[in-house]
Design a protein around this ligand. Structure first.
Ligand code: NAD
Length: 283
């Protein structure tokens, strides 16, 4: 019989990359609340350990912080060995590390005829270094941890991968071409890998969060001086039918649903959690 609760997650082992971040730590709280053992694998070991200790104390679940760079296979292998030793075989992987860079962000939304003599603020002024960094972090940073952390799932013929995409993956937002294309590649890879692993018991899905104010986008959506929304931040709210930014906690239910056996026949999907943004045509 199909489970009707998240009880199957009790005692399982979940690794979450970037789990010390704003959205990741909200997911960790939800997963810890159902008794799952969690390893927060983050490049920032100090913050990972601090967040892990706080959530472990609150929830009573075993939560550890482990240093890992999602772009470095050796570092991931070392993290896996530590997780296996401390928590056991890995059952669930959440690929949460990701983000944008100002070096791959244009200052203007569109090129206007009157600005043709100053292209620095446009697509033509972007730095390849920014593109390389954003593509590496979001795409390779999903691919490599999946290669390393799903090995136990393959052995046990059971497991779940949850990738973190973005609204930009469906329709690119102005100014952030690298991030948008990189997140589109995460959706595509989610589908590809779901098919590849479907016969060995490993499900692969993704969440596409709408708009949440976090460290990586604050510079785009808030006016630092006034503390009000920037015109771009206001545009996002106006185009979100629920009329607000999301709270990190809004991702918790969908996370539990997709990593639990409750969704055992679901693989290869990307679920928007966006206050209706992707359903709205703007008029
Ligand atoms: P965040 O910056 O708060 O957290 C990201 C975490 O990843 C940090 O703890 C950071 O230390 C870690 N990290 C960065 N580089 C790493 C690396 N190389 N190896 C391991 N860890 C690394 O970001 P967030 O807003 O919580 O975003 C989490 C995910 O959600 C990202 O994939 C992001 O692209 C996606 N997302 C965010 C939003 C939003 O509105 N904030 C919307 C859609 C999608």
């Amino acid at each position: 019989m199909q489970p009707t609760s998240f009880n199957d997650l009790k005692g399982k082992v979940c690794v979450i990359t970037g789990g010390a971040g704003v959205l990741g730590s909200a997911m960790v709280k939800a997963i810890a609340s159902v008794g799952t053992k969690i390893a927060i694998a983050d490049i920032n070991k100090e913050v990972a350990e601090k967040v892990a200790a706080e959530i472990a104390a609150e929830s009573g679940s075993q939560v550890i912080g482990v240093e890992a760079n999602v772009l470095d296979k050796e570092s991931l292998e070392a993290a896996k060995a530590e997780i296996n030793e401390k928590l056991g075989d890995i059952d669930v992987l959440i690929n949460g590390a990701g983000g944008n860079s100002p070096k791959a962000t244009t200052s203007v939304e569109q090129i206007l005829e009157e600005n043709l003599d100053n292209l620095d603020d446009t697509f033509y002024g972007l730095e390849m270094e920014g593109f390389d960094m954003v593509f590496a972090l979001n795409f390779k940073g999903t691919l490599l941890p999946t290669m390393v952390f799903t090995k136990d799932m393959l052995k046990n013929k059971k497991g779940v991968v949850l990738n973190i995409s973005s609204m930009n993956s469906y329709k690119p937002l102005t100014k952030i071409p690298a991030y948008s294309a990189a997140k589109a590649s995460v959706n595509n890879f989610t589908e590809w890998l779901a098919v590849h692993l479907a016969k060995v018991g490993i499900r692969v899905n993704a969440i596409a969060p709408g708009f949440f104010i976090t460290n990586q986008n604050r510079f785009l959506v808030m006016d630092e001086k006034t503390g009000n929304f920037s015109p771009r931040g206001q545009k996002i709210v106006d185009n979100t039918p629920m009329g607000k930014f999301g709270e990190p906690e809004d991702l918790q239910g969908t996370t539990l649903f997709l990593i639990s056996d409750i969704s055992s026949f679901i693989t290869g999907i990307v679920v928007p959690v966006d206050g209706g943004y992707s359903a709205f045509g703007g008029v």
